[in-house]
Design a protein around this ligand. Structure first.
Ligand SMILES: Cc1ncc(COP(=O)(O)O)c(C=O)c1O
Length: 399
């Protein structure tokens, strides 16, 4: 009997990051002392003022209805305000589409821009969703390997080597998931000019914009490379900045022509996003940034602790991430070695073995297009980070 499942979906890889997180949570629920470094979400609760706005919205019958397809006007205007405040970019509310989280904005962007056979440049290590979402839109994901020595910051030279006549779009994310790399404003401007010169569009994933540490500075390519004109699309959301992963609010911003098409697509797919969550997002975006400042202080402290502990382990080396909440250490020195009586030859095997033997969950580099590395999130409590990495250090010391 032929498969009931379409060829398109039969060819789609599951999200490795969500799979690791789900496995760790299930083991924990079953009473196992698992420490999950797989999570891509802040461990803090959503700030109370935002929760209160949602509670109030629930009691108002006008919020029990559909919203406009592109989102509540109040929220679109709040996104205009927030975009100007945080990046300096002037946009109109009509250029904003509210989506079901940043991931939905990413998928909608590819659906809107990509024709069958178009090539999409994706700097690697990449967020695991990008290539799969390009594939769903009929495009060809083209990984562009960045250099560990350059802190995984993509360069114009690397992009130029991967460019062909079919290159339609570049995916650009800074700060990056999984590496935490932050590209300098000068290099961002250069990349933007290169894209404009070759008439390549750029999807700017700005979801981690507020999570930068030390001297690192975050800028929007749409601002520092005005040559791009209407060739950029911004995707963003409230998940990481306001600890709102479960509320599912993201957005997409682009030229009016692109956004009209994206809004039309939404009209035939989700209709609109939860009214209550949109009200909560209005409160988040029009409120101050004190909660994210507090979270940033905690993440910064944890990042330093994590890098120090990882680098103290024989066979592990880790560059200091400048943004987001991930470390991306090189684990090749642990491959082929006996650890707790088990030998792993790939980081994928090693991730499975670490979960089994010392009950720590991290996402192997295979999920991000670069085997040999492992992504450790530091969006978990300080004590858990210390305990989890002590378990790893002990395992390696004992062999
Ligand atoms: C790089 C990047 N972009 C977008 C998202 C989407 O976030 P959400 O769909 O939770 O808003 C994530 C979440 O992990 C991410 O890491």
């Amino acid at each position: 009997m032929s498969s009931r499942v379409s060829r398109l979906l039969a060819g789609l890889a599951p999200s490795a990051t969500l799979a690791v997180d789900a496995k760790a949570k299930a083991l924990k629920a079953a009473g196992e002392p698992v420490i999950g470094f797989g999570a891509g979400e802040p461990d803090f609760p959503t700030p109370q003022a935002i929760v209160d706005a949602a509670i109030k919205a629930c009691s108002d019958p006008s919020n029990h209805k559909y919203t406009p397809i592109a989102g509540l006007q109040d929220l679109r205007e709040a996104i205009v305000y927030k975009t100007k405040r945080d990046t300096g970019l002037d946009i109109k509310a009509s250029q904003v589409l509210v989506t079901n989280g940043g991931k939905h904005a990413v998928a909608t962007t590819f659906m809107t821009l990509v024709n069958p056979g178009d090539e999409v440049l994706i700097p690697a290590p990449y967020w695991t969703t990008y290539p799969e979402a390009v594939y769903l839109a009929g495009g060809i994901p083209v990984p562009v390997l960045t250099s560990e020595a350059n802190g995984f910051r993509v360069t114009v030279d690397e992009l130029e080597k991967a460019r062909t006549k079919k290159t339609k779009l570049l995916v650009f994310v800074s700060p990056s998931n999984p590496t935490g790399a932050v590209v300098t404003p000068e290099e961002i401007a250069k990349i933007g000019r290169w894209a404009a010169e070759h008439d390549i569009m750029v999807m700017l994933d700005e979801i981690y914009e507020h999570l930068v540490y030390g001297d690192a500075k975050n800028v929007s390519m749409a601002v520092v490379a005005p040559e791009l004109e209407d060739r950029w699309v911004i995707v963003n959301g409230v998940a990481k900045t306001y600890a709102m992963t479960g509320w599912r609010i993201g957005w997409m911003i682009g030229s009016q022509e692109v956004m009209n098409a994206a809004i039309n697509y939404q009209s035939q797919t989700t209709s609109n996003i939860s009214n209550i969550s949109q009200r909560a997002a209005v409160a988040a975006l029009t409120g101050d940034l004190s909660a994210v400042a507090e979270m940033r202080t905690s993440f910064d402290r944890r990042r330093l602790m994590m890098v120090e502990k990882l680098n103290a382990i024989d066979g592990v080396s880790c560059a200091l991430p400048e943004g987001a909440f991930y470390c991306y250490p090189n684990f090749t020195g642990l491959l082929g070695r006996s650890l707790g009586g088990k030998v792993s030859n790939t980081t994928s095997e090693l991730a499975g073995s670490l979960l089994e033997t010392i009950k720590i969950a991290a996402v192997p580099g295979e999920a991000f297009g670069t085997p040999g590395f492992m992504r450790f999130s530091y969006a978990l409590g300080d004590k858990d980070i210390a305990e989890g990495l002590d378990r790893l250090a002990d395992l390696v010391t004992k062999g």
